[in-house]
Design a protein around this ligand. Structure first.
Ligand SMILES: N[C@@H](CCC(=O)N[C@@H](CS)C(=O)NCC(=O)O)C(=O)O
Length: 207
């Protein structure tokens, strides 16, 4: 049995989407970040860094944090979502790493400075807008020639990136100038498992 500890958030959506896509049986534990539940001792015993998502696979005696590691684990466990052909497999891993380094952290900062910081900080807003748009342009160029990040195969790289691009959409960040990224976003968003995943553990909060 897999236990998933999560909340409605960009990193949380990656795990729920992957579990829904893979149709693996799992038990969902709602960790309310806003109530400080991710910093409580019982949760810190699972992830000393105090962040969701976390999975516990009781059969394999494996506890994992960091969404990219969780996605790799679930793909291996489910036998899908990570291509077996060498080139496509490494494309997926490369874009999974790109998302972890250049999409999630930068969009996280952009969301903070544009949506939540009470004191407007124009240089920080400009910096993270520029850096996220650079990442959008890089992804757009790749998706011009590729249906998905790993090529023809939908993979955990798409799920990881979607988690953050969905939050960008909720925040009203305009990606219409990036036609291929927009096409990819609409295609992934339309998948039934993705729709189920972003509704868990409760609908995403607005900005
Ligand atoms: N690099 C981590 C980031 C995890 C993360 O930042 N999760 C946020 C929610 S999206 C969180 O749990 N925040 C709780 C807190 O800061 O108290 C991953 O990819 O899993």
């Amino acid at each position: 049995m897999i236990r998933l500890y999560t909340d409605a958030s960009p990193n949380g959506f990656k795990a729920t989407i992957a579990l829904e896509e893979l149709e693996l049986a799992y038990e969902l534990h709602h960790v309310r970040i806003g109530a400080g539940e991710a910093r409580r001792p019982d949760f810190l015993a699972l992830n000393p860094h105090g962040r969701i998502p976390v999975i516990v696979d009781t059969e394999a005696d494996v506890t994992l944090f960091e969404s990219a590691a969780i996605l790799l684990y679930l793909a291996e466990r489910g036998g899908r979502l990570l291509p077996s052909a060498t080139r496509a497999r490494w494309q997926a891993i490369q874009w999974l790493a790109f998302h972890a380094a250049s999409v999630g952290p930068l969009l996280g900062q952009r969301v903070h400075f544009e949506m939540f910081e009470k004191q407007p900080l124009p240089p920080a807003i400009a910096r993270y807008r520029r850096l996220t748009e650079e990442a959008f342009a890089t992804m757009d160029g790749h998706l011009q020639a590729n249906r998905y990040f790993a090529g023809a195969d939908y993979s955990i790289a798409d799920i990881a990136t979607f988690g953050w691009m969905h939050i960008a959409a909720i925040c009203g960040f305009d990606i219409s100038a990036f036609a291929h990224l927009s096409r990819w976003y609409a295609e992934v968003a339309a998948r039934p498992a993705v729709q189920r995943g972003i509704a868990l553990p409760e609908p995403a909060p607005g900005p």
